[in-house]
Ligand binder design. Sequence first.
Ligand SMILES: [Zn+2]
Length: 194
Amino acid sequence: MSRDAGDLLFPPEPGSGFELDPGLPEQFPEDDDGELKPLLGDDYYMRAALRCAQQAADAGEVPVGAVAVKDGLIIARSWNQVELLKDATAHAELMLIASLPQIVGDWRLDGIDVYVTKEPCAMCAGAMVNSRIRRVIFGMRDPRCGAAGTALDVTGFPGMLHHVEVSGGLLEEECKTMFQAFFRTVRDNARKKK
Ligand SMILES: [Zn+2]
């Protein structure tokens, strides 16, 4: 099945690879104070992002995957599609953020957390700030161009109107292993062609 940018529209068509979670209401019991408390931890959502990254790897894309979480539910998923869309801005996080206003009905993404397998670049970190993402949780740090505090600090830059809370290094080894395996395969294939 061929994909184009139309596939990024939400709600996604069944089988398009972009799916909304049906919801996990039984896992969100009310606490004593009447607030709904998610039982799922950060690892759960990062594993969902890793599955998105695998989709990218399977399609020959640099394996970065991301999910958006609101009130404990995954409301959108995305993965890197730069090659497919021939678009340098088609990073997992940026496409995720672009899809969210259609889901929540606002460009202000208050209370939404993004889980992504690699530290966001300056472009994606900037989009997170501008769209008021509450928190970004990333896997692998990117010493060369990570913009959530490693090479640059776009998410915490004092001049910005909004600061995105950052948690880095979650399931870092798993995220890094997938990344390194992808580039090893690319190198091996290039060598075989010579
Ligand atoms: Zn990016």
